[in-house]
Design a protein around this ligand. Structure first.
Ligand code: SAH
Length: 344
């Protein structure tokens, strides 16, 4: 059985041609899929005999909402979805002046082991299928009634550790007969799986690559991000530079401010140097507290001093607005609480 929602429209058309079905049938079926149907039976303009044939060859799954939380502070919505095998992932819908952004997960759990992150605590369970990532966008839009205009791959998981499925998802969500979300409205965030940067650059997708840097030197970075061990900041910067040169797209560095760990003057100066060397924009993130983690967010004073150094060095810096603080809207927090039996 094939997962039809992970197939590109031209692949569905090729299958239908083999079945002896006209091209317009493939288009009709694809259109139903993009509207979020849960079975072939709902496709009312497809003859019953064909629906029965398709049911034997393909699967269609529709994720179920296990939990939906709406922030009283800012309307941010957090979904916990149940997947076909009982696993769960999170999706967050945030409303900004320029439109609605959805933050999607790319894996169930994560193997990267970042010391400040809730998503990685139970390790990696499995990668998400292209259709499952697409469903996060589609069903968030359908359930919330909010038209999604931007996507960030910043939920649970490491997108470049699920490379092929993520690229297929990007093609599906970008398809003009599908959700039609422009690549320039999509950001992919990575902890720095450098071996994949060239491959991604070669696809020339025009999305925004966000690198979770979080420390500018190997000693600090390897301590809080195991992905740095064996790769190193110099290699990461060289890959970022090549990516920028190949695609012409400026990279964004994500930087969580952690008290006493990565927020000193030394870190700010070295970060400035790296950002300038690859023309990166720096996005500072106030750290969200995670129960199991000992780290504390940097006090406001440290943050201000840090920003001042970056600005003095001519670095383009912004501070991420905190949304959904009352709905555990940070990376793996809700799934983690449910695993521990603290919620539901
Ligand atoms: N694996 C990818 C994408 C998922 S994490 C990556 O590493 O980029 C998405 C972002 O949330 C990353 O920048 C990550 O570092 C950040 N994040 C993780 N835990 C956080 C926390 N406790 N507070 C604030 N941001 C956090």
């Amino acid at each position: 059985m094939k997962d039809i929602k992970s197939m590109l429209p031209e692949e569905i058309a090729a299958d239908f041609a083999e079945l002896g079905e006209p091209r317009y049938r493939a288009k009709q079926v694809y259109k139903w899929l993009t509207r979020g149907v849960g079975s072939f039976d709902e496709m009312s303009d497809i003859p019953k005999s064909l629906r029965e044939k398709l049911e034997k060859q393909y699967t269609i799954y529709k994720p179920k909402v296990i939990k939906k939380q709406v922030s009283k502070l800012d309307g941010t919505i957090k979904y916990l979805w149940e997947l076909y095998d009982g696993n769960a992932v999170e999706t967050v819908v945030m409303s900004y002046k320029h439109g609605n952004t959805v933050c999607v997960s790319s894996q169930v759990g994560c193997r990267q082991g970042c010391a400040f992150c809730a998503s990685t605590i139970g390790g990696l369970v499995r990668c998400l299928e292209p259709s499952e990532i697409l469903d996060e966008v589609l069903f968030s839009q359908i359930d919330s009634g909010k038209q999604i205009s931007n996507i960030v791959l910043m939920g649970i998981g490491e997108p470049l550790d699920n490379f092929d499925n993520v690229v297929r998802f990007l093609k599906l969500v970008n398809d003009s007969d599908g959700m039609n979300i422009g690549m320039r409205h999509i950001s992919l965030s990575t902890c720095g799986i450098t071996e994949r940067f060239d491959e991604l650059a070669d696809l020339n997708l025009q999305l925004t690559l966000s690198v979770s840097l979080h420390a500018p030197d190997d000693e600090t970075r390897s301590k809080i991000m195991p992905a740095n061990r064996g790769r190193g900041v110099d290699e990461l910067m060289a890959c970022c530079k090549r990516y920028y040169e190949k695609t012409g797209r400026r990279i964004s560095f994500e930087y969580i401010m952690i008290d006493g760990v990565n927020d000193t003057e030394y870190h700010a100066r070295l970060l400035s140097k790296h950002a300038k060397s690859v023309c990166a924009h720096v996005n500072l993130i106030p750290m969200n507290h995670v129960d199991e983690r000992e780290f504390r967010p940097s006090p406001l004073g440290h943050m201000k001093a840090f920003i001042k150094i970056l600005e003095e060095n001519g670095v383009n810096v912004t501070v991420r607005r905190k949304l959904g603080g009352d709905v555990d809207a940070s990376c793996g927090q809700l799934r983690r609480k449910i695993q521990k039996g603290k919620e539901c």
